[in-house]
Design a protein around this ligand. Structure first.
Ligand code: ZN
Length: 217
């Protein structure tokens, strides 16, 4: 069946344009396979394609189309052919609003997707921090074991070594603190940019930032 979109000032058209210079039944766009043909329905003020008055012509999504001096967006009109059922009595303003709503929805989806992507990257940040922390502590415990063995062998230098050993522990603490500082600047919420003080698994489970409570995935 041939699909068509009737356009005019009359509300019984598929798309109506509430503008005095547009005729009640101004024109029709017919779909013929992948081609679209526009036809002037004897309007008073004419149909202009690329600035030329036409009676009937092929029209494309990027064509410049005017009904009298009212410019219409052809892409939007043609998008109606993709709807399950072509509406009747849709105002041109509604058509513009529909386009705006669709675009907004698309942008929101895109934003959600990129937040999720950013959040998922934090798994690596979290795991690396836990790994590094263990490494720093392990380094310290190897030193401790080594020193204890030495202390047992030569008890008379115990004091000097004891001081050295506590120095090593302080260094470990410094290293842990330094590492934590970096972690706290990296393990941040993609929305509120605050440090998230919970394990990656827990945040992933809830799907929400523990600081701003917003949905991350
Ligand atoms: Zn947040």
């Amino acid at each position: 069946m041939e699909q068509r979109i009737n356009i005019g000032r009359n509300k019984r058209n598929n798309v109506f344009i509430d503008y005095g210079k547009v005729s009640g039944n101004h024109c029709v766009i017919k779909k013929n396979g992948s081609e679209y043909i526009i036809e002037d329905l004897n309007s008073s003020n004419g149909v202009f394609l690329e600035g030329k008055r036409i009676k009937q012509a092929y029209v494309k999504a990027d064509s410049v189309l005017k009904l009298s001096d009212f410019e219409v967006n052809v892409t939007l009109l043609l998008s109606l052919f993709d709807m399950p059922k072509i509406p009747i009595g849709m105002s041109y303003e509604q058509l513009l609003k529909r386009e705006g709503d669709l675009r907004k929805k698309q942008e929101e989806e895109k934003k959600k997707e990129s937040i999720k992507e950013e959040f998922l990257k934090l798994e690596e940040v979290y795991n690396q921090y836990i790994k590094d922390k263990k490494k720093i502590r392990r380094g310290d415990s190897i030193k401790k074991t080594g020193f204890r063995a030495l202390l047992l062998l030569i008890p008379f230098v115990g004091n000097a070594l004891g001081a050295f050993f506590s120095g090593a522990t302080n260094k470990t603490q410094d290293k842990l603190i330094d590492r934590e500082e970096i972690y706290k600047t990296e393990y941040i919420c993609p929305i509120c940019s605050k440090y998230m003080h919970e394990s990656f698994i827990n945040i992933k489970k809830s799907g929400k930032c523990p600081r701003c409570n917003k949905q991350l995935m």
